[in-house]
Design a protein around this ligand. Structure first.
Ligand code: ADP
Length: 400
């Protein structure tokens, strides 16, 4: 079965075509800068590459371009669109309604629409992607995979905020958590690497990309996570604050900031970018810090300190930790960041081997010392594969 995986963002659609159940990637690509003059599609299929440039007005057009590329004689992967039996969509917010991936029907679309006010930066774009795929591939099964679903097992004591209870009853204000597909993928993979059952492992999963989050996974199930009602809470991110005193917002409102400005400040202008004043990209900050830029160094230090603090918190939440797992662009590729986070955590049973850590860049393996109580694993995430597997399982009726 051919499964097309779609990740639709505000100005881009990323996609991968899988042959299931083998999970072979037949083609992958993206359309970037949708809505701008110079939009661009890039696709790779084996050793063939295909690029197309020009104005792409909206997600419908982008989807048409993707499907055209997939069946193209030059660099395409399939002969006919009828071969695409199913489409798996990444959807960011599933509220309390979705505890797993699900076949999309009108009721599911209505729910995803309802959760747009909880994830205004993500859900509307995910929806546009779903609608475009339904128009262009009307005979394919469409499946939604929610970033929130893996965290549906978090207990009340961890998901409730200490706000008046009526706010939960009226607006469902609570912790939901995100990056669930990634946390689940690396938690399952960690169990395999440790030769343990998927519901036997206790792991702390650390996803460090542009967005950053952590999860405490007890016996294979998420029991706490750092992101909250929205992806703003928790770790320091590329441009997001993570945790801070909410009274800062009242203070700034008193100084004349309106809601829109505060939203932009917290989501787009803070984090690594806000502290350094130069970049949200960890690679740039590493270079700047090496050249003596003290604010870039401070941004890296605060970023790592926050992760370290959460590792301590989650070690207290879990009854013993089998592994700490690093993933995401930074977690997979930056031995410096991993070393800074884990240095001096031997009292928690976490001991990184400097040589193994230095050698683990973009690959999978254990970087802890032989005597470390917990393994320290680096596992490149693969959310697309997880979505393809969920989609296949639901459509073929082989769900576990
Ligand atoms: P997204 O959340 O958008 O999927 P990624 O998971 O690709 O993002 O992560 C992007 C982050 O990973 C950026 O901060 C980037 O600088 C960082 N990154 C990628 N490669 C490296 C590297 N070799 N060293 C340090 N940071 C890296």
């Amino acid at each position: 079965m051919k499964v097309l995986v779609i990740n639709a963002g505000s100005s881009s659609i990323k996609y991968q075509l899988y042959d299931m159940p083998q999970a072979n990637v037949l083609a992958k690509g993206s359309v970037e800068r949708i809505g701008e003059e110079a939009s661009k599609l890039s696709q790779t299929c084996g050793d063939k590459t295909l690029t197309k440039e020009g104005h792409v007005a909206d997600h419908e057009e982008a989807m048409a371009m993707i499907l055209e590329a997939l069946v193209s004689d030059q660099g395409g992967a399939i002969k006919s669109l009828a071969e695409i039996e199913s489409v798996g969509h990444r959807v960011v917010h599933g509220g309390e309604e979705f505890t797993g991936s699900t076949l999309i029907d009108e009721a599911v679309i209505a729910s995803v629409e309802k959760f747009c006010d909880l994830a205004p930066l993500h859900n509307p774009h995910n929806l546009v992607g779903i609608r475009a795929a339904m128009h262009k591939l009307p005979n394919a099964n469409q499946v939604a995979c929610f970033d929130t679903a893996f965290h549906a097992t978090i207990p009340e004591v961890a998901y409730m905020y200490a706000l008046p209870y009526e706010l939960y009853e009226t607006y469902r204000i609570r912790r939901y958590g995100f990056h669930g597909t990634s946390h689940r993928y690396v938690a399952r993979r960690a169990a395999e690497l440790l030769a343990m059952g998927k519901y036997d492992v206790n792991v702390i999963t650390v996803h460090l990309g542009n967005g950053c989050s952590m999860a405490a996974v007890s016996q294979g199930r998420s029991v706490d996570t750092s992101m909250g009602l929205t992806p703003l809470e928790g770790l320091v991110m590329g441009t997001r604050t993570g945790d801070f005193d909410p009274a800062i917002l009242f203070y700034l409102a008193d100084k004349g900031y309106d809601i829109k400005q505060l939203n932009t400040l917290c989501n787009k202008k803070s984090g690594l970018l806000g502290i350094s004043g130069k970049s949200n990209d960890m690679r740039n900050l590493g270079k700047l810090a090496a050249q003596g830029d003290t604010r870039a160094q401070l941004a890296i230090d605060i970023f790592c300190y926050r992760v370290r603090k959460y590792i301590g918190t989650y070690a207290a939440v879990l009854d013993g930790v089998h592994a700490v797992v690093f993933t995401g662009g930074i977690g997979e590729n930056s031995p410096e960041v991993r070393a800074k986070i884990c240095g001096g955590l031997t009292s928690l049973g976490i001991d990184v081997d400097a040589g193994r850590n230095r050698g683990m860049i973009g690959s999978e393996g254990n970087v802890s010392t032989d005597t470390s109580r917990a393994a320290v694993l680096v596992i490149p995430t693969n959310e697309e594969q997880a979505i393809a597997k969920d989609t296949y399982a639901i459509v073929s009726g082989t769900e576990q």
